[in-house]
Design a protein around this ligand. Sequence first.
Ligand code: ZN
Length: 198
Amino acid sequence: MPVDPLHSAARPPRSAPSPHSRGPENHAVEVRRSARRRRTVSAYREGDRTVVLIPARMSDAEEQRWVTVMLDKLAAQESRRMLGDAELAERAGRLSEQYLDGRARPDSVRWVTNQNTRWGSCTPAEGSIRLSHRLQGMPEYVVDYVLLHELAHLLVPGHGPAFWRLLEAYPRTERARGYLEGVVAAERLPHLPAARSE
Ligand SMILES: [Zn+2]
């Protein structure tokens, strides 16, 4: 049986906060000062933390101001990438048309925050599909793959050859699975903060 990253019992991230405290605005912020940095400020997410890189000479007041600016900027970027439930349903419809001859017709497709060990799940009897909020911000082809995977499960329950045949037409199946495997692997690696600072 092929290894299936969607349904394998991946360990949850080491420092997973409770689903209710999750959200970009609740990320812990770590400010790193760099003597080599002159003017530029940058920020990125690293697991559940947000790292903000600033020049070493910056004053505390400037630091405060820049952290706020960079957090807003990251949040804006991320919200642009997040689909709402309505768009998710629309996307599922398109994927079903394109790859499954429209045979998979879910009654509901939605994001859930209580799913940390699986990327997606479905209940064929109810025609419902749930995607983990952890996919938000991942590339579209990955979200599409997980959606298509769950759509295919509405037609074929297990992970036998008949199931994988349904996914063959989607050109990025292997790439998406590799991406998700990489995410799971990265969560198991030790944090090495020094490796990312300048
Ligand atoms: Zn599956």
